[in-house]
Design a binder for this molecule. Structure first.
Ligand SMILES: O=C(O)Cc1cc(O)ccc1O
Ligand SMILES: [Fe+2]
Length: 439
């Protein structure tokens, strides 16, 4: 995000005209949090300056948490990835009231390696317990969190964010936070990127406004606690979990400024654009945030939404076309229906994966309906919100995602596309034919 907030919970806590005075006001410590290399180009450079009661370094050594007893399927056998070309769809994932945020992360798909800062991971989360006196951070990447159900009260080092279904938030690499569940059980999806950061897509000929507008992103304001009791810090470090203790709260930042911070966005604020003449446009016009790869115009991860919208295109098959994509497409549904799938199998809290070059498109029923629809202006998706994590990487599916979760629909293709019948009008045509143009 381009914004660079300045925020202080106490007057005078932010130094004026410099970042690191010899003795910061009120006896605070100065700490710099870098989101990019020191030498990243100016327009990419992300960092924040924190003024806190004690530096983040003041903790015991980290000890590895034994993952075999953990339900966090990150690096266990459950997280082994398999790349397969089948179209995959999942029934709604279960709630789990027995775990907190950290233990409710289930790796479902991914590619790459946090060690090399390459790739991404897709999780579904389900939790029903508040985190205790502990803060979690991922050294592996940035979390884009998409709640499908419930309310996340997220206390971060830089302040609090209340995030509900139909809102999203991004917690960048390294930022420590704790998730409380004021309304009980929560469920949703996460895309973690091991390289770079999410940013707003370029608007090109769209002009200076549209899609997600910068003013609608919200950053936390500084807030600190006074607490000198024992706290834990849990680190996700190369997909293993480590824990350290400290004798004071990690939430002690009294003031901060910079452009590296967690933020939230209400998907209802999205300014959805579309065709007002003919044909179905590429879904890139629905991109909320994009994490670039090293190739210009090619995303490590695009976060794309399908909000309620008007379809008015004339003489057009209005749902998505049948297609095979150079990119992989992981989709989820926050609420309602998705217009390309009316067979009933794509349900809120479920998911689908159409990997690189895996053919997909409207199911047979959606094709039938759209081919015969009267093309009056039509509002689709009222009360609904589907989304897609689209990546240039071939994502693998974890063992948990393929087997253990027991949500894979084994009849997905059989219900969606194999029922399609040939509609080719053979009558009066030769049995086979070729364009004779080049003979
Ligand atoms: O496959 C999908 O349902 C996602 C999608 C939607 C769309 O409008 C165009 C292309 C696309 O991949
Ligand atoms: Fe697609």
């Amino acid at each position: 995000m381009a914004l660079a907030p300045t925020t202080k919970a106490v007057a005078g806590a932010l130094p004026v005209g410099q970042n690191s005075p010899q003795n910061p006001a009120h006896g605070l410590y100065t700490e710099k949090l870098s989101g990019t290399s020191f030498t990243a180009p100016r327009h990419d450079n992300q960092q924040s300056w924190l003024y806190r009661i004690l530096p983040a370094a003041a903790h015991s050594d980290f000890e590895e948490i034994d993952m075999s007893t953990s339900r966090t399927h990150l690096s266990s056998e459950e997280s082994r990835l398999r790349q397969i070309p089948n179209q995959i769809r999942w029934d709604p994932f279960d709630f789990d009231d027995t775990v907190d945020w950290v233990h409710g992360l289930n790796l479902v798909a991914g590619a790459g390696d946090p060690v090399l800062k390459r790739g991404l991971a897709i999780y579904v989360f389900a939790a029903g317990k508040d985190m205790g006196k502990e803060a979690f951070y991922s050294a592996d990447g940035d979390f884009l969190i998409v709640p499908q159900h419930g309310v996340l009260d997220i206390q971060t080092e830089l302040g609090r964010l209340l995030v509900r279904a139909n809102e999203i938030c991004v917690i960048p690499r390294g930022i420590r936070y704790r998730v409380m569940l004021p309304e009980g059980q929560v469920r949703g999806y996460i895309c973690e990127i091991f390289q770079g950061h999410f940013q707003l897509p370029e608007l090109g000929p769209i002009g200076s406004n549209g899609l997600a507008n910068p003013r609608d992103f919200q950053a936390p304001v500084a807030s600190y606690d006074r607490d000198e009791t024992e706290w834990k810090v849990i680190a996700k470090f190369n997909n293993e979990l480590f824990v350290a203790t400290q004798d004071h709260t990690p939430f002690d930042v009294v003031a901060w400024h910079g452009n590296y911070y967690p933020f939230k966005y209400d998907l209802g604020r999205f300014n959805t654009l579309g065709s007002i003449s003919y044909d179905h446009p590429d879904p890139s016009i629905f991109t909320v945030l994009s994490a670039p790869s090293d190739t210009v115009g090619t995303a490590l991860a695009d976060f794309v939404i399908f909000p309620p919208r008007w379809l008015v295109a004339e003489n057009t098959f209005r749902p998505p076309w049948y297609h095979r994509n150079n990119m992989s497409e992981f989709m989820g549904l926050i609420a309602g229906d998705y217009d390309a799938k009316i067979g009933g199998g794509f349900r809120p809290a479920g998911a689908s994966l159409h990997n690189i070059m895996s053919a997909h498109g409207p199911d047979a029923r959606a094709h039938e309906a759209a081919s015969n629809a009267e093309l009056a202006p039509q509002k689709v998706g009222s009360g609904s919100m589907a989304f897609m994590f689209e990546s240039y990487l071939m994502v693998g599916v974890s063992k948990w995602g393929l087997k253990t979760c027991q949500k894979v629909q084994h009849d997905y293709n059989a219900e969606s596309w194999t029922p399609l019948r040939s509609r080719f009008d053979y009558d009066g045509m030769p049995k086979s034919g070729a364009d004779g143009g080049f003979q």
